[in-house]
Write a protein that binds this ligand. Structure first.
Ligand SMILES: Cc1cc2nc3c(=O)[nH]c(=O)nc-3n(C[C@H](O)[C@H](O)[C@H](O)COP(=O)(O)OP(=O)(O)OC[C@H]3O[C@@H](n4cnc5c(N)ncnc54)[C@H](O)[C@@H]3O)c2cc1C
Length: 437
C-alpha cells in the first residue's frame, strides 16, 4: 500500500515513482470521479493492482489509483459459467469466491498474488499448448475511459472493442470489473522431476503436445531440466495432496529458502553459483501429487528477482534455449536463477504475445541484487532474431517502432487508444515507449 507523499515501488524493485497523490476508490463511480478530476487538472492517472509487473507498465506519472478496496465477486452466471469480479480482486481469492459455484479459472500462471485487472492487462499466462492466457478467458469488462465515460464491453455492448480491452496494457481506461469465462472446478495430477536437458529438448514437441500443461526449468551451469507435467483429472478422481509439511518444506524451505541462501551466496561469491545450481537441481523436483487446480498451478515466490520473458513461435523454443545456454557458457556470467520454458495456444487478442501463433515462452531471471541488464539484453537479441515478443509486464528494451512489426493489429489498437484516451490520461513513460506518445 502506498500513501500520498510516499514512493511507489514494484515487487521486483526494478521500478519506482512518486505519485502526485494516491486514491483508493471503492466504487465504479469513485473511479469515474477520480478520472474526471485528473482530466480536469491535466494530470495522468494510473491504476495499479499488485504492482507485480517488472516493467514500468504500472508506474504512475501523476495520480495513483490503488484498487485494493474494489474487490470481490459481483455476479455469477452458472449456466454460462461467467463470473464477474471487481477489478482489484486478487487471483488468490478467486478459488474461494468460485468454490460454491463449482467453478474455477481455466488456467493460471506461477503465482496468484496479482489482481485480475493487472493480470489480464499485461497478458499473464500459464502453460499448456491447448490453453490460452488469462486475458483470452475474458468475456467482458467495464471501464472508465479517458473521457470519463463508464463503458461496458462484451458480446452485447461494443463487442468490436473486446480484443483490445481484454488485454489493454492499462492504456485504454481504468477497468472497474472483469467478466471471466470459467470452467467446472477440476483437479490436476502433477509430476515433477529432474531430467537431462538434452533429452527434454530433443523430445520437446511431443512432450508439449501430449501433456495438458508442460513446462520446465533449466538451471544455468548444469545439464539438468526440472520438468513439470500437469494432467487435468476427470471429476471424482482420487486426490493425493502433498502433506502440508512436505509442501511447506518444498516451497518455503527448499525452493524459496534455499534460493535465498544460494542467491545471497552467489551474489557475494559468484564462483560458487555453478556448484550451488547443481545442488539446487538435486534438491528440487521429484514429486507427484494430485490437488485442486489452483494449488497445483501456483506456488509462493518469496525471493525477489528481476525477470524478462519472450514469446516465440513454439517451433523455435528448443533452438532458442540452446542459444541462451551457449550464451551463458561463453559469457562467463554466473546465473543463479533458472530459465523457465512454457507454452500457450494461439489467441486473437490484438496485443497478446500469443496473437495468431502457437507460442512458447522463455523467461530469464536474475536475483534482485544483481544487475540484469547485460544478461537480459543479450538474451533479448537472440529472441528478436526469432520473431520474439516481450511480455508486457516484464523487463525489455523494445520500442513502438519495433513492436509495430511484431503485432499485426498494432495500428488498430492505437486507433482504439486514440478513441478511448485521446488526451493520454493513462500515459506513463513505459506506454510512451512501447505504444508511442
Ligand atoms: C513473482 C512473480 C511471478 C509471476 N508469474 C507470472 C506468470 O506465471 N505468468 C505471467 O504471464 N506473468 C507472471 N508474472 C507477471 C505478472 O503476472 C504481471 O506483471 C501482472 O500484470 C501483475 O499483476 P498486478 O495486479 O500486479 O498488475 P500491476 O503490475 O499492478 O499492473 C499491471 C498493468 O495493469 C494495469 N492495471 C492494473 N489494474 C488496472 C485496472 N483496474 N484498470 C486498468 N489497468 C489496470 C496497470 O496500470 C499496469 O498497466 C509474475 C510476476 C511476479 C512478480
Amino acid at each position: 500500500m502506498t500513501s500520498t507523499g510516499e514512493i511507489w515501488r514494484n515487487w521486483g524493485r526494478t521500478e519506482k515513482a512518486k505519485p502526485i497523490r494516491v486514491e483508493r476508490p471503492r466504487t465504479a463511480s469513485a473511479v469515474q470521479r477520480a478520472v474526471v478530476a485528473a482530466a480536469g487538472s491535466g494530470i495522468p492517472i494510473k491504476a495499479v493492482g499488485a504492482s507485480h509487473s517488472f516493467s514500468g507498465i504500472a508506474a504512475p506519472a501523476g495520480v495513483l489509483l490503488e484498487l485494493d478496496d474494489l474487490t470481490g465477486l459481483i455476479d455469477v452466471d452458472e449456466r454460462e459459467r461467467l463470473a464477474t469480479f471487481s477489478a482489484g480482486t486478487r487471483l488468490r481469492d478467486i478459488p474461494r469466491l468460485l468454490a460454491r459455484h463449482g467453478l474455477a479459472m481455466e488456467n493460471l500462471g506461477d503465482i496468484d498474488s496479482q489482481s485480475i485487472a493487472g493480470a489480464i492487462s499485461t497478458g499473464t499466462h500459464g502453460t499448456g499448448a491447448a490453453f490460452r492466457g488469462l486475458a483470452a478467458q475474458v468475456a467482458g469488462a467495464t471501464l472508465v475511459t479517458g473521457t470519463g465515460e463508464i463503458m461496458r464491453v462484451d458480446a452485447g455492448s461494443n463487442p468490436e472493442l473486446l480484443p483490445a480491452v481484454a488485454l489493454s496494457l492499462g492504456a485504454l481506461g481504468i477497468l472497474v470489473d472483469v467478466t471471466v469465462r470459467c470452467v467446472p472446478a477440476f483437479d490436476l495430477a502433477a509430476v515433477e522431476k529432474p531430467e537431462r536437458l538434452d533429452d527434454v529438448l530433443d523430445t520437446l514437441d511431443e512432450r508439449v503436445a501430449r501433456a495438458d500443461h508442460f513446462e520446465f526449468y533449466w538451471f544455468p551451469h548444469t545439464e539438468t531440466a526440472l520438468t513439470k507435467t500437469n494432467t487435468r483429472m476427470p471429476s471424482g478422481a482420487a486426490r493425493r495432496p502433498l502433506p502440508p509439511v512436505k509442501r511447506w518444506l518444498d516451497d518455503t524451505v527448499v525452493s524459496n529458502g534455499l534460493f535465498r541462501v544460494t542467491c545471497g551466496l552467489g551474489s557475494a561469491v559468484p564462483a560458487v553459483t555453478p556448484t550451488v545450481n547443481r545442488l539446487a537441481d538435486k534438491l528440487t523436483g521429484n514429486r507427484e501429487f494430485t490437488d485442486a487446480s489452483h494449488l497445483v498451478f501456483t506456488t509462493k515466490r518469496t525471493v525477489r528477482f528481476a525477470e524478462m520473458e519472450y514469446a516465440l513461435p513454439a517451433e523455435h523454443v528448443a533452438a532458442a534455449l540452446r542459444e541462451v545456454k551457449e550464451l551463458i557458457d561463453r559469457s562467463g556470467w554466473t546465473v543463479s536463477f533458472p530459465v523457465e520454458v512454457r507454452f500457450a495456444a494461439s489467441d486473437d487478442l490484438w496485443m497478446s504475445t500469443a496473437t495468431g501463433r502457437e507460442t512458447g515462452y522463455i523467461a530469464v531471471h536474475r536475483y534482485a541484487r544483481e544487475s540484469p541488464a547485460e544478461y537480459f539484453r543479450a538474451v533479448e537479441a537472440i529472441m528478436r532474431g526469432l520473431a520474439g515478443r516481450p511480455h508486457w509486464g516484464k523487463m525489455h528494451w523494445r520500442d513502438a517502432e519495433s513492436l509495430r512489426e511484431s503485432y499485426p493489429r498494432f495500428d488498430d489498437f492505437a486507433a482504439v487508444r486514440d478513441r478511448l484516451d485521446p488526451a493520454r490520461l493513462f500515459r506513463n513513460a513505459y506506454l510512451d515507449r512501447v505504444l508511442g506518445p
